[in-house]
Design a binder for this molecule. Structure first.
Ligand SMILES: Cc1cc2nc3c(=O)[nH]c(=O)nc-3n(C[C@H](O)[C@H](O)[C@H](O)COP(=O)(O)OP(=O)(O)OC[C@H]3O[C@@H](n4cnc5c(N)ncnc54)[C@H](O)[C@@H]3O)c2cc1C
Length: 467
């Protein structure tokens, strides 16, 4: 691909939001350059291959998994905006998922009524408050870009008085999408509640690769200039407006390209550090994770476990925070990709175990200690998973990634998977023409990031900022 000397828009980062933004802009004949620092697309939702096996990085579950044609649903809107037929996503729904605390266990599926009924029987005295809480969630417009930031826990306390119910309901939503520790922004909570409990979870057959291929095929069809191993170095502005970007391309070296619009998905502090408007008050995020991926001879069902996801917590309280040790082994998410409804894809059993992790502690280890600690994490994950099986599993192969890996492959400061706690809901920055998409615009997760790319492209690129 030859670089042009100027583009209508430059999109930075070929993750979910960057690819979606580039598609939308190119659909309306904008001349678009999409650059990606890494040699493959996907960002936080990517893949790799080890020992002849395909491993997914993101995607335990696609949220917002509604049946075809569900009117007004985010997934329906997303596919329509990207002109991707629903069938091409090859979406399989979850069986059910568990929220396991020492005292109680809840389960939820893609039928919200089942969850509702279970809360009625498990927390009978809370049920009328719960019903009002759900109504307040349903009635709230979480997509309004002008929404104020406020505590979801404070809001939940207006309706519910049992801390255990609050902790249990919050735990999957926090670990799947909160950049805040201990709490969530109310709008973000509503997004997550609707997308996980009210809509549901699924997995495309083929996992991450299926989603990425749908997006890269579209980019090709629309003639987007997509360049891998090409890094944004700096964004220059004149009179407060974007004018030029400086890139470092692995093959061509340094390049200067003119544009009036930059859509950056690399994070808010990461982006502002590429400009001369360094804003000291934007914090890097704290939440990072390790993940151990195991391949087993048996499928989890043969070992007596049918759940798709298990949100495991060994304390009465759910401590969603950067742990003071390398990992917090008292809580975890266990993902069992075989346990989506259609399991013709895998010949082996697969289990993924995610622990909250401390980025600095991992980063400061010597090479030797790093290897040894990864092995300890793997052993802890294996022991935990085994408690959820009725029979002994035969572990064949495993691999573990850490916050250090996340930083290396995505360049997010501190390996922060949910980005900075400081978001820019309308995508605007101190520089005219420089917009944030994805994680730090505040819509995260796979569907959320794609919706962010679409809405920022529509709002700033196609409608000139008119909502
Ligand atoms: C282990 C794990 C499990 C997850 N599980 C789920 C799940 O089950 N369900 C779900 O919905 N979500 C999940 N997520 C979250 C989801 O993957 C992300 O929220 C989403 O992919 C974020 O997309 P994004 O476009 O905002 O950012 P990113 O994916 O971070 O994309 C940013 C891109 O910018 C590139 N970049 C960085 N710096 C530069 C530069 N200077 N120049 C050029 N390019 C640059 C990066 O390489 C990256 O490709 C998970 C994430 C992880 C890590």
């Amino acid at each position: 691909m030859e670089f042009k000397t100027s583009y209508d828009a430059i999109v930075v980062g070929a993750g979910m939001s960057g690819m979606a933004a580039a598609i939308r802009l190119a659909m309306f004949d904008r001349k678009v350059l999409l650059i990606e620092k890494h040699s493959i697309p996907g960002g936080l939702n990517s893949f790799y291959r080890r020992a002849n096996r395909n491993l997914d990085v993101g995607l335990h579950a696609l949220t917002n998994a509604v049946p075809k044609g569900t009117r007004g649903a985010p997934l329906t809107k997303l596919l329509k905006q990207l002109r991707i037929p629903y069938e091409n996503l090859k979406l399989c729904p979850q069986t059910y998922s568990l929220i396991r605390f020492p005292e109680k266990t809840l389960s939820f599926s893609n039928d919200f009524n089942e969850f509702d009924e279970l809360i009625k029987t498990t927390f009978p005295e809370q049920f009328s408050g719960w019903t009002n809480f759900v109504t307040a969630i349903k009635d709230f417009d979480e997509t309004n870009l002008q929404n104020e930031y406020f505590s979801a826990k404070e809001k939940a306390n207006e309706f519910l008085s049992d801390p255990l119910l609050i902790e249990m309901v919050f735990s999957p939503l926090m670990i799947y999408g909160s950049a805040w520790e201990h709490d969530m922004d109310w709008s973000q909570f509503v997004i997550m509640f609707k997308s996980i409990y009210l809509e549901g979870l699924g997995r495309p057959v083929g996992g991450v690769r299926t989603i990425i291929k749908l997006l890269t095929d579209k980019l090709k069809e629309l003639n987007v200039d997509l360049r891998y191993s090409c890094e944004l170095q700096s964004i220059e502005s004149v009179d407060g407006k974007v004018s030029t970007v400086l890139l470092k391309d692995r093959k061509l070296g340094e390049l200067s390209i003119q544009t009036q619009q930059v859509f950056s998905s690399i994070g808010l502090p990461e982006t502002m550090d590429k400009t001369n408007h360094k804003e000291a008050n934007i914090r890097a995020g704290n939440m990072s994770f390790t993940e151990s991926i195991f391949f087993l001879k048996e499928k989890p069902r043969e070992l007596g476990q049918n759940a798709t996801l298990i949100f495991h917590n060994n304390r009465d309280q759910y401590l969603y925070q950067k742990p003071k040790t390398l990992i917090d082994d008292q809580s975890a998410v266990i993902c069992l990709p075989n346990n989506y409804h259609d399991d013709n894809e895998f010949e082996e059993g697969i289990v993924r175990v995610t622990f909250m992790a401390n980025n600095e502690l991992w980063t400061n280890l010597s090479e030797e200690d790093y290897k040894a600690q990864k092995e300890i994490v793997s052993q802890k994950a294996k022991a935990l998973v085994s408690t959820y099986f009725e029979k002994e599993a035969t572990f064949i192969f495993d691999d573990t990634f850490t916050p250090k890996t996340v930083t290396r492959y995505t360049s997010h400061y501190a390996g922060a998977v949910y980005g900075s706690p400081d978001k820019t809901r309308d995508g605007k920055t101190a520089i005219d023409g420089l917009y944030i998409t994805g994680t730090d615009q505040g819509f995260l997760g796979i569907v959320g990031a794609m919706l962010s790319g679409i809405s920022m492209a529509n709002y700033h690129g196609l409608q000139g900022g008119a909502q």
